[in-house]
Design a protein around this ligand. Sequence first.
Ligand code: SF4
Length: 178
Amino acid sequence: MKLKGLLVKAFIPTKVRITGTLVAYFVLCRRKAWLFYWGIGLERESELVALGRWLSEEAYPKERHEINIDNQIVMDWVDSYNKVIHEVKRSRSAEQAHRWQVKYYLYYLKRKGLDGFRGMLHYPLLRRTEEVHLNEADIEQIERCIEEIARLVQQSKPPVAERKPLCRHCAYFSFCWV
Ligand code: SF4
């Protein structure tokens, strides 16, 4: 099945470019999502992204990595035959956000007419995998999330920082708290 070259349908009612990473950050912290969207502190974020890419390629060297659709979603790799999209993560510290990132990929594919996919989250350092599915309630939640993200990133300032456990591991820690 060819994933590229499909017609882009205007199913995301916003000019905001909503990526899987942006959805994951929105789930974690709205301030983080705003800062990421506007490219603030991107250098540190880029290091983490590069580390994630390295882990994915090291752990699964036979796969063709970084499957980019419309510059909107970038999946670690796709098994088109079995209809599985794969995403590799370093740790489970943000597993809820990881799930929503993969659900967003499934949603995006579905809206392009690529139905019947499921997701697989891989944590190679922990030797764990988790299957991810998209249901009707998830679709409603993702569509609400898209609207909220569009509103959020059009605000002139980021939301005020609120201390939470994940702040200690966040790329924006010094920006928010030092
Ligand atoms: S350091 Fe905390 S408040 Fe600041 S962006 Fe990260 S998670 Fe959000």
